[in-house]
Design a protein around this ligand. Structure first.
Ligand code: GTP
Length: 609
């Protein structure tokens, strides 16, 4: 397939507007997957994705489609030229906009899917701009027109108003009933340009993604920009200078299908004997060995916005956790991992995530796919502290910020985001209240149609990583949609808050909070701990302190717990069982100093905002 007969496109949409279903239909329509293959959403492969119904990792599939530039159906024209179409699926959630921009780097066009009833939502706007800034041809697709509440004309008007899209360009589809689907691929071929690139130059390709397969080793997804890549070729990485031999090359159709070659403009996979995904840097340029080439512009590197400590739930499992994290990061290069030691929890890791959902998904995958039991510490954002002598540090772990540092803290900065919120107008009041409670600053307040308003706020990232989205959904009966983009750091009045158990600070529970909120957060943390720590043989005091000042305090009185009290002598097996059970219970505890803290206590602390 010469580049003129190749089209690379992706589907972008707000969560749940039907992107994955539409992708499935297109794969069926081209015979790439069988109809009713029993597994909806072929491209969503991870278990978490199926469970949560969200796409986390972008996948790619190649399809073949016959198309003649006239009105006759292709089946009546055996000579209609065949096109090679690469569909690059993208995640819809805010946390993964990094993955979206990666997918878009290999595309020349995008289908912008909008639900015909819900209309433009916060992520539609964010994704539109990502595509627009990448100079992609955008095909608006108004989906779910089968719904009784569908109002495609209203959606057309919104697209015109917000993005200046000509209403006549919109395709109307139902991925459910199949209505309108036959227009989609012809539009892709006619409206999206073929990939640019020089066919007779030495091969140059962009590394889009990589993952580790137990049998095949590292598999790289690539977009060939110039030249052709053949099996047996010698290629080099522009980032590391290392060279490799191409052992296998092919397309995702949708499973790996060897073709022996990838030509200019094509997207496919390469296996080249890399040992670890660390060698396969996403955004790197791979090129013909021994030729000097200009590296392709890579992607914006992933920015880690949320950090949390991960510790084995049972101290002895450190190696198991370490192994599980290593394996998982092989397939999720967007997590950063460094070793960390806590006096309370022992050896563990500090991990950086793109956002809170990303963190949640990572935990869930650790537990589900690798059987790891983890305790995670209160998530934090990267703060910047400046000392009296002018030196600055980025703090990713509150415990690392000494409570009474020898050096005086002169100033602190925290990261902010610009949040876009779309809501039915009757909810504007409560949402404005929520945003100001969260220290937000209004930037914009407009109406996108007669019923719905768009609010833009600058908010400290710290204020939205914990429970903001849930709260927003609950005060708007689920109607609000929300997206955000990173913005600059702003100066802020921050303090470190320690939690003390029997007078001993627990480093893993330290957190950084805004001075004005310290009192409330301290109270909440102490109350939560009191609820979740069981009484023990001695009295326990639980305190929250800023510097040397205690701002909240609770006491748990002592209790003697005798699990055998209920067995009136006699039954030895029952006695054994109870003792076993108690042992089991203990396993899920962390002993901090002399106090046993159940795993749930740590989980609960995550929810305090
Ligand atoms: P993410 O992967 O999380 O970003 O979601 P998505 O945009 O891929 O949405 P998905 O394809 O998972 O569809 C969301 C829901 O809408 C599913 O329950 C689909 O069955 C349903 N759906 C998709 N297309 C249509 C349609 O045309 N009509 C109707 N009525 N429902 C649809």
């Amino acid at each position: 397939y010469p580049p003129e007969r190749v089209r690379n496109f992706s589907i972008i949409a707000h969560v749940d507007h039907g992107k994955s279903t539409l992708a499935d239909r297109l794969l069926e329509l081209t015979g790439t997957i069988k109809k009713g293959h029993g597994q909806p959403q072929y491209l969503d492969k991870l278990q978490v994705e199926r469970e949560r119904g969200i796409t986390v990792k972008a996948q790619t599939a190649t399809m073949f489609y016959r198309h003649a530039n006239n009105q006759l159906p292709a089946s009546d024209q055996p000579d209609a030229p065949s096109y090679l179409l690469n569909l690059i699926d993208t995640p819809g959630h805010v946390d993964f906009s990094y993955e979206v921009s990666r997918s878009l780097a290999a595309c020349q066009g995008a289908l912008l899917v909008v639900d015909a009833a819900q209309g433009v939502q916060a992520q539609t706007i964010a994704n539109f701009y990502l595509a627009f800034e990448s100079n992609l041809s955008i095909i608006p697709v108004i989906n779910k027109i089968d719904q009784p509440t569908a109002d495609p004309d209203n959606v057309k008007a919104q697209l015109k108003r917000l993005f200046d899209i000509d209403p006549s360009e919109a395709l109307l589809t139902s991925a459910k009933t199949g209505q309108g689907l036959s227009q989609v691929l012809p539009a892709v071929i006619e409206r999206i340009p073929s990939p640019p690139g020089k066919c007779d130059s030495p091969v140059r390709m962009l590394l889009l993604d990589s993952y580790y397969d137990e049998y095949k080793g590292v598999i790289c997804h690539v977009a060939v920009v110039d030249g052709a890549l053949h099996k047996g070729d010698k290629i080099a990485s522009a980032a590391t200078g290392r060279t490799y031999e191409v052992l296998d090359v092919g397309i995702m159709h949708p499973e790996l299908t060897p073709t022996g070659v990838l030509y200019t403009g094509q997207v496919g996979y390469v296996i080249s004997g890399m040992r670890s995904t660390k060698e396969a840097r996403i955004g790197d340029t791979l090129h013909q060995a021994k030729s000097i080439v200009e590296p392709l512009p890579g992607f914006k590197p992933a920015r880690h916005m949320v950090f949390s400590g991960l510790y084995p739930a049972d101290g002895s499992d450190f190696d198991a956790l370490s192994h599980a994290i290593e394996k998982l990061t092989c397939n999720d290069a967007s997590v950063s991992v460094t070793k960390e030691t806590s006096t309370a929890l022992g050896m563990g890791f500090r991990c950086g995530f793109l956002g809170l959902l990303h963190m949640d998904v990572f935990h869930q995958r650790l537990e589900q796919e690798h059987g790891a039991q983890v305790i995670s510490t209160i998530p934090t954002v990267p703060y910047i502290f400046e000392y009296g002598d002018g030196s600055k540090v980025q703090v990713e772990n509150p415990a690392a910020l000494a409570s009474n540092p020898g050096k005086r803290i002169a100033a602190c900065w925290e990261p902010t985001v610009i949040a876009t919120i779309i809501i039915p107008s009757e909810y504007v009041g409560p949402v404005i209240m929520l945003c100001s409670e969260r220290r937000g600053e209004q930037q914009e307040y407009t109406f996108i149609d007669a019923q719905r308003a768009l609010l833009k706020y600058r908010l400290p990232l710290r204020e939205i990583i914990v429970d903001f989205y849930n709260e927003l959904k609950s005060i708007t009966s689920g109607y609000a949609t929300f997206d955000y983009e990173d913005s600059e750091y702003q100066q802020s009045d921050l303090v470190k808050m320690d939690i003390l158990l029997n007078g001993q600070p627990v480093d893993a529970m330290a957190t950084i909070v805004h001075n004005q909120k310290a009192q409330r957060v301290g109270r909440e943390l102490v109350d939560k701990l009191k609820k979740f720590i069981e009484r023990q043989m001695f009295e326990i005091t639980i305190q929250a302190a800023v510097g040397s000042k205690v701002i909240a305090r609770e006491t748990l009185s002592a209790m003697r717990k005798n699990v055998l009290a209920k067995c009136y002598g006699g039954d030895i097996t029952r006695k054994k069982k109870l003792l076993e059970k108690q042992k089991e219970g203990k396993k899920r505890m962390k002993r901090v100093g002399s106090v046993d803290i159940p795993q749930e206590a740590f989980h609960e602390l995550l929810k305090v905002s």
